[in-house]
Design a protein around this ligand. Structure first.
Ligand code: UDP
Length: 514
């Protein structure tokens, strides 16, 4: 088993809340879950993060560093039973995420960890007081029930998106809608938001393979039966949706975001701390990145990244590169898996890099995103609208060009553009993959150029967008500080899930009436 077991750890004694985090290894799930565990630990909780070797390898440096600074965080690693789950040997070693075709077996392999995790938790004091589970680990229902402790679902999503998805399902909005691109109004909301089924199918819904529909139902049951929800968002950004989601689910919602603030808790956070936050070694030296940014005027640089899973196809890479070049703005462009492109696309990237030397910086691989977004030279973000990236833009006070690819990203785009008023759409209306069928969608260079100019340029509309983004960042900071809503929610979690805490939150009882 991994490090951090009780023998080497006084673990804060037996009076502290002990949260067991069961995250998913994908970066968009794992990074915010680890941040949340670290935040709870800074408020006195004990946190144990459990997972397979891939998760442990990513998390270990962050946990070691937190432990060195005195936090009661530990990590327990459990090997996957590949054969029993029907998962090809070594599938968990894949660099970024488990290949889509093995995802189903991977979830089964994760579910098989329940018994060893349970034995470990029973054998290593202090006894858990709460399980915090990524919502795609529905088997944690049994884990928490066997341990006799409450279970909270963890989401790094906005409650706007959660509520839209919930209402679309609850009110049967897709019943009788044949065309996946037919717009419908999201039911049950005061304001009018229009989506298509392709944009918001619901997690694991609509994949034409029987086991996925069953899995989607299992996930939904586990969500409905949870004792509460922890969400990486903050109340002041979307109060009506936080309240609406809590009411719709009839459960307490603890908003604790933006959780990236864990790394920005001092007024001048070290570059190394910000750079290490992504849990992977950056493909660029953070100091070199800072020097490059230091040489650019405030607000002049546009940052371009599609997160940890999406990847632009070869044609799209060319159009995007030419669009950025034509925009005239300095840019940092994160190109994932650049070595996987064909010779023509690789050649294009090399030539572009030479043409824009000094003005454009290509990061081939993992970028220190938080470090970059925190720099004053950055003035806008072309994002795929992963929720973490969207919220990191909010926390940094940046307007965004929205370019959703799939899953919840279209709802996050709506959040940025229609709810918050900080985004300009690049204009993509269909996902790159729907019902497991990929679709080639290429946004032309002219469209990219126009969207970047619109977000980065002058004019009243752009200024207004920037003002709104700055105001939101101020609210995000306030939420995370003592006296702020997210800070208060973290304290509440630590208090409410102490051993023997108030009725309704004690181990063994469901949290009710909260
Ligand atoms: N990230 C990073 N460097 C990269 C790409 C991503 O640090 O080169 C981080 C980013 O800051 C965010 C997370 O990885 O916290 C990606 O999550 P998001 O929800 O934005 O997108 P996903 O990867 O899940 O599509």
């Amino acid at each position: 088993l991994g490090r951090g077991d009780a023998a080497e750890d006084d673990a804060g004694g037996s009076t502290a809340a002990h949260f067991v985090f069961v995250p998913l290894r994908e970066q968009g799930h794992l990074i915010p879950a680890v941040d949340t565990a670290l935040l709870l630990a800074t408020h006195g909780a004990v946190c144990t993060i459990v997972g397979p070797p891939s998760t442990a390898a990513l998390v270990r440096p962050a946990v070691d560093s937190a432990r060195r600074s005195g936090l009661h965080v530990r990590l327990a690693e459990f090997p996957l039973d590949y054969a029993a789950a029907g998962l090809p040997e070594g599938a968990d070693d894949a660099a970024d995420s488990v290949p889509a075709m093995h995802m189903w077996s991977f979830f089964r392999a994760m579910a098989l960890l329940r018994a060893p995790i349970e034995s470990y938790l029973r054998a290593h004091a202090p006894f858990p007081t709460c399980v915090v589970s990524d919502f795609v680990n529905p088997w944690t229902t049994e884990l928490a029930a066997n341990l006799g402790v409450p279970r909270l679902s963890f989401f790094s999503m906005c409650t706007f998106g959660l509520l839209c998805q919930h209402n679309l399902e609850r009110f049967g909005a897709w019943d009788g809608v044949e065309d996946p691109n037919q717009p419908v109004v999201v039911p049950g909301l005061e304001r009018r938001f229009v989506v298509t089924r392709a944009q918001a199918p619901g997690f694991f819904r609509g994949i034409p393979i029987p086991c996925w529909e069953e899995f989607a139902d299992y996930v939904e049951r586990a969500r409905a039966e949870a004792d509460g929800v922890i969400v990486n968002t903050f109340e002041e950004m979307e109060p009506e949706f936080v309240a609406g989601y809590a009411a719709a689910r009839k459960m307490k919602v603890w908003t604790v975001g933006p959780v990236s603030t864990y790394h920005q808790s001092s007024p001048t956070p070290a570059a190394s701390a910000l750079a290490s936050r992504g849990l992977r070694a950056p493909a660029i030296d953070p100091d070199e990145c800072l020097r490059w940014l230091d040489g650019k005027p405030a607000g002049s640089v546009v940052y371009v990244s599609f997160g940890s899973i999406s990847q632009a196809g070869a044609k799209q890479v060319v159009e995007l590169g030419l669009g950025l070049e034509a925009s005239g703005h300095p840019f940092i462009w994160v190109v994932r898996n650049a070595d996987e492109y064909d010779a023509a696309a690789r050649g294009f990237l090399g030539e572009l890099e030479a043409r824009v030397a000094g003005r454009g910086l290509l990061v081939r691989g993992w970028a220190p995103q938080l470090l970059i977004l925190s720099h004053a030279a950055v003035g806008g973000f072309v994002t795929h609208c992963g929720w973490n990236s969207t919220l990191e833009a909010v926390a940094a006070g940046l307007p965004v060009v929205t370019w959703p690819h799939f899953t919840d990203q279209f709802l996050n785009e709506k959040m940025a553009v229609e709810v918050l008023g900080i985004g300009v759409r690049v204009g993509v209306t269909e996902p790159l993959t729907y019902q497991a069928v990929p679709k080639e969608i290429v946004v032309g260079r002219g469209v990219v150029e126009a969207a970047v100019r619109s977000v980065m340029g002058g004019g009243e509309e752009a200024e207004e967008r920037r003002r709104r983004a700055r105001a939101l960042a101020a609210k995000a900071r306030a939420a995370a500080q003592p006296g702020g809503s997210s800070h208060a929610n973290l304290l509440d979690l630590v208090k409410r899930f102490r051993p023997g805490a108030a009725p309704g939150a004690a181990p063994g009882a469901a949290v009710s009436g909260v």
